[in-house]
Design a protein around this ligand. Structure first.
Ligand code: HGY
Ligand code: MN
Ligand code: MN
Length: 424
């Protein structure tokens, strides 16, 4: 049988699987809800594992529920790995994470069909709880995979709904035997939709991702005095809702004042008892700060907590906080980035280098092996939204570039990074 190095994936087959997976946890508005370790996440996992096994991949599941499919199944050496996540936020789109996993599966299926056997094995994985929406921090599974968080500590994580991560993992049947941390792959490249406006605005098809910005997540708990909305004079109030609102305004002004890449988001606010005629007893809110520059990000953190102190004193409330995520900016491997640029140029695809605004599993794999990412455009730059969309031609282009980069990595020399790209 003549073997030809494959040149293109089967885009229709890839889109078919994306649609089939999107039906699991379908929210009826084009979006998907598969919060980490829920029944829907378990059903999504079962579907992708079935596809992996039907293709003859060896499927390994580790202690935090990361799932890795390897081909050839009897391969022993470090694989060239791709992958992403299939858990979603509550109002997620069908491409965030899912595209990278299913494109990786499609690349391996295309290689198997061609009869070409690369020098190194190929692997595709999905990591547990990348989103961090239910259990913080985000990228938790890949963090454990690379040894950045002890497994036992991760298993004890408590969700925003009170569930314990290890119990949920058992319940959906994905607490696997593979030890954590894993032995590192030879290299890692993740394909993902950009989730931002840059590629579309510049009519660029391929993003060669150079880095991931730093991420800080805080949960603040504000305690005041619950009281009657009608009888309590304004001068006597100790109102946590007011303090929470002022913190949200402060977060926006920090981003405005620092400018550059600084972003700030208050994504969750819970009031207790959350009733129309009761001055709340307690407010709980989250603040998400990100910046490509670690020095500026540290400034933003200081500005936030200076303001929190002032707001607490002015409203006579107490404000406690806990850190849900703290990840420094990560720089990807220049060799792998170069392969992405080269593969796009050989295909005459418009390509540009850019940082990632979103967190990704690749930023964790960068700690243990040469890693980088490939972006394709998001229509309207929208993500974490049911209307998230990427055109079929761009889905095809991204997966073809992934195919090229994985085969180049699977057949060429790979230097192991010195610092793993992490600037701690
Ligand atoms: O929060 C993020 O950037 C990613 O979606 N987990
Ligand atoms: Mn993602
Ligand atoms: Mn996401």
């Amino acid at each position: 049988m003549t073997t030809v190095v494959p040149h293109a994936v089967d885009g229709a087959r890839l889109r078919g699987r994306l649609d089939e997976l999107a039906a699991v946890g379908d929210t009826g508005d084009g979006g998907v809800c598969r919060l980490a370790l829920t029944e829907a996440d378990g059903a999504g996992r079962d579907l992708v594992v079935t596809w992996m096994r039907d293709l003859g991949l060896r499927v390994d599941i580790d202690g935090i529920g990361n799932v890795i499919g390897t081909w050839p199944a009897d391969a022993t050496g470090p694989a060239v790995m791709t992958g992403s996540h299939i858990d979603t936020v509550r109002t997620g789109g069908r491409f965030d994470g899912n595209y990278g996993v299913l494109a990786g599966l499609e690349v391996i299926e295309t290689v198997i069909e061609s009869g070409f056997v690369p020098a190194r094995p190929l692997a595709v994985g999905f990591f547990t709880n990348e989103e961090g929406a239910r259990f913080a921090p985000d990228m938790l599974g890949s963090l454990v995979y690379v040894g950045g968080l002890p497994l036992e500590e991760a298993l004890d994580t408590v969700a925003i709904d009170g569930a314990v991560l290890g119990d949920e993992l058992e319940r959906i049947g994905y607490r696997g035997p593979l030890p954590c941390p894993a032995s590192p792959p030879a290299a890692f490249v993740e394909l993902h939709v950009e989730q931002g406006p840059i590629l579309e605005a510049e009519c660029i098809t391929i993003g060669a991702v150079t880095s991931v910005q730093g991420i800080l997540w805080f949960e603040l708990t504000i305690v005041g005095q619950s009281n009657h909305a009608g009888t309590t004079p304004m001068r006597l109030r100790r109102d946590p809702a007011l303090a929470a609102a002022e913190i949200a305004v402060t977060a926006r002004s920090i981003a405005r004042d620092l400018g550059g890449d600084q972003v700030a988001t208050v994504g969750r606010i819970d009031l207790h008892p959350n009733l129309v005629n009761v001055i709340p007893a307690r407010a709980t809110l989250t603040v998400d700060l990100r910046n490509t520059d670690p020095v500026e990000l540290a400034r933003a953190e200081r500005m936030l907590f200076d303001a929190v102190e002032r707001i607490a004193a002015a409203e006579s409330v107490t404000i406690e906080h806990r850190t849900l995520a703290r990840f420094e900016p990560v720089v990807f491997d220049e060799t792998v980035i170069g392969l992405v640029v080269d593969a796009a140029e050989r295909r005459n695809l418009p390509v540009r280098r850019l940082p990632s605004g979103a967190g990704h599993d690749a930023q964790m794999l960068a700690r243990v092996c040469p890693s980088a990412m490939i972006f394709v455009p998001s229509v309207g730059g929208v993500s974490h939204n049911p209307t998230e969309f990427t055109d079929a031609d761009d889905l095809q282009a991204g997966a073809d570039v992934l195919l090229d980069v994985m085969l180049r990595l699977a057949d060429g020399p790979i230097d192991r990074p010195t610092d793993g790209g992490v600037h701690q």
